[in-house]
Design a protein around this ligand. Structure first.
Ligand code: GLA
Length: 377
């Protein structure tokens, strides 16, 4: 924690580069799926120059422009320029993932004495809500707001029994871009029957934003977690909560991502093909606290991730195979992104020692992610 505070003192927040008006939210057309379904976009702009495009397919971040240390804006998230590419792809670029982010072993869990089977889509397990998950649904734009901050509220109603999950779940994802250039996501959900829920944002960050220096292996990563949840070879947690000390998962001080990613002595690294692990965040779940910080030394861009969630998945883009072309004509290769997914612990419904991920009628689920952008001079 001390290291994070010291680093923060060296950073400069962005000065407003234009006095033109306050933050704005504007609706735009993004395109259509092959079957003709229209996909809309909402552009959030702030006076700092930071701007984000959110699309209704998966309530996802399609682009996110932030300045580097020279003030040059660059798109710092991976993705596509057209809706059908997102629809056909299995990487969850920028998406809201749910009902249950991350994995449920064999897609099976027991709630109030009854066993439920949800769809499986990942080595016999259920990943990110099964198939199709919330990332492939077309969300509704409920409202837009301008002012000191710009925001959009998107909603999706998942019917009782969808993908096998109990209860009709009403979900909203609210994206807010503040005038200081901070992007906040508020996820809310209510249900009409006891159920489980775990919502997360699945943005692939590349702070360099330059094809010539696209690998993230030199990025400095810090994660405020003293423990992690080791997995088996299908990435299902064993149930152990292990200390990070002495492992390649110790990111308590800023460490280049590539430094230990090839540690062949570490079974967890081998199982994950790099990093693909849930970290147990320090501090009290439910309070908004700094979870992780990434710095790209070349561009100077710094991303801080704050959340109320108990855990965060760090995935180092291990399954990007160099086989397709993304936005801006860039081929995505292994290690080209830092994915930080604040979340409940994977497979929580099957581990009584993990924080519960249940939701009852009359209670509102609320989880927050804040992405704060700055530069190191
Ligand atoms: C999550 C998972 C990864 C991978 C990506 C999407 O981060 O933990 O194993 O499935 O989503 O490719």
């Amino acid at each position: 924690m001390r290291a994070i505070l010291t680093a923060a003192l060296c950073l400069s927040a962005f000065a407003a580069i234009s006095n033109a008006g306050a933050a704005q939210a504007r609706r735009a057309a993004f395109g259509a799926l092959a079957d003709g379904t229209r996909i809309d976009a909402v552009d959030l702009t702030s006076r700092t120059g930071v701007r984000a495009r959110i699309i209704t397919l998966g309530a996802r971040i399609q682009s996110l422009y932030t300045p580097d240390r020279a003030g040059k804006l660059g798109d710092i998230v991976l993705g596509f320029a057209s809706p059908q590419r997102y629809f056909d792809d299995g990487n969850y670029f920028g998406a809201t993932v749910g009902r249950f982010a991350n994995r449920i072993a064999k897609g099976r869990f027991t709630l109030d004495g009854r066993t439920y089977q949800v769809t499986v889509n990942d080595h016999g397990n259920s990943l990110h809500g099964g198939s199709p998950g919330f990332d492939k649904r077309v969300w509704t734009i409920e409202s837009l707001h301008d002012g000191a901050s710009a925001s959009v509220v998107m909603s999706y109603v998942s019917p009782d029994g969808e993908q096998g999950y109990p209860g009709a779940l009403r979900v909203t994802a609210t994206y807010t871009l503040t005038d200081s250039g901070e992007l906040r996501i508020d996820y809310s959900a209510t249900t009409d029957r006891p159920t489980i829920v775990n919502l997360s944002g699945h943005s692939y960050f590349n702070l360099a934003s330059s094809p010539a220096h696209f690998s993230t292996m030199r990025d400095l990563l810090q994660i405020n977690a003293s423990h992690f949840t080791p997995v088996d070879d299908t990435l299902i947690p064993t149930g152990t909560i292990a200390p990070v000390a002495g492992t390649p998962f110790d990111f308590r001080t800023p460490t280049p991502i590539g430094l230990r990613i090839r540690d062949g002595n570490d079974r967890q690294i081998r199982y994950c093909h790099g990093y693909d692990m849930n970290f147990v965040l320090d501090g009290r779940p439910g309070t908004l606290r700094l979870a992780a910080r990434v710095e790209d030394p070349r561009s100077g861009r710094v991303l801080e991730v704050y959340t109320t969630a108990p855990g965060i998945q760090f995935y180092s883009g291990n399954f990007l195979g160099g086989s397709f072309v993304g936005k801006h004509g860039i081929v995505y290769r292994q290690g080209d992104a830092v994915v930080l997914e604040p979340q409940d612990f994977p497979d929580a419904p099957n581990h009584p020692n993990f924080p519960a991920a249940t939701l009852d009628p009359g209670v509102t689920y609320h989880s927050v992610i804040v992405y704060r952008f700055s530069v190191r001079r």
